[in-house]
Design a protein around this ligand. Structure first.
Ligand SMILES: C[S@@+](CC[C@H](N)C(=O)[O-])C[C@H]1O[C@@H](n2cnc3c(N)ncnc32)[C@H](O)[C@@H]1O
Length: 222
């Protein structure tokens, strides 16, 4: 059943995010995002971009680029394009590009990651940092990232993945109905993003603080 963008699944009753609720959440977060989230997420972001910088191929897509906190970290010779649903977040990213003269950022586009306008195989690498648990449908995100990256290219994700049991599992399940207010799913599992049985996951590395986030590197099918 769907009521003004909230979908309730009887087996897993959590408030789903739709594009309108993501835009609304990040319209509110844009002004304070760097101060509130910039610190705790900095390690994961640095690790993800360091991994991107070591991979072959210059064409990089950052999905859910947000306020552009990662943009100054890319190698200067890369060709970086960022997309996001939120105009307000993109405007913050644009400010950073201007202030820091980031000549390797060749585009910041308002675009839905679940339905991208890029031709198949347009990029060597696509990276989504703290975005997989925010998009309305993470499996569609994965499929689209896989489509726009060339065969044999790489998909990287850094994200919080929910605990499988214990106290943290209980807290995350309890917070799940707040997804629309938070702008992300606290109970997000890696299986919500990809099927480990058929996906070539090259590495899964916990990141500080306290392994709260995980960097996942996937090799696109040849
Ligand atoms: C938690 S923020 C992460 C921002 C940035 N990656 C970072 O490291 O700080 C999630 C971002 O994903 C964007 N987003 C959510 N759903 C999206 C979608 N379907 N398409 C594009 N961007 C989306 C949000 O607007 C928001 O800017």
């Amino acid at each position: 059943m769907s009521i003004i963008g909230i979908t309730q699944d009887r087996d897993h009753p959590r408030a789903a995010l739709d594009a309108a609720s993501v835009r609304e959440a990040y319209r509110r977060w844009a002004g304070v995002y760097d101060v509130v989230f910039g610190g705790v997420s900095a390690f994961g972001r640095k690790r993800a971009v360091a991994a991107v910088n070591l991979l072959p191929g210059p064409r990089v897509l950052e999905v859910g680029v947000g306020t552009g906190l990662a943009l100054p970290l890319y190698r200067p010779d890369l060709d970086v394009v960022g997309i996001d649903l939120s105009r307000e977040m993109l405007l913050k990213a644009q400010e950073k590009v201007g202030e820091q003269a980031l000549a390797n950022v060749h585009g910041l586009l308002e675009m839905d990651a679940e339905n991208m306008a890029f031709a198949s195989g347009s990029f060597d690498i696509a990276v989504a940092m703290f975005t997989a648990s925010v998009v309305p449908d993470a499996k569609k995100l994965f499929a689209e990232m896989s489509r726009v990256v060339r065969p044999g290219g790489h998909l990287l994700f850094v994200n919080h993945f929910a605990a499988e049991n214990g106290f943290r599992w209980w807290v995350e399940r309890s917070m799940a109905p707040l997804a629309r207010v938070l702008g992300w799913h606290p109970d997000f599992m890696i299986e919500d993003l990809l099927d480990p049985a058929v996906t070539r996951v090259e590495s899964r590395d916990p990141c500080p603080p306290a392994g709260l986030f995980t960097l996942v590197k996937v090799r696109n099918a040849d």
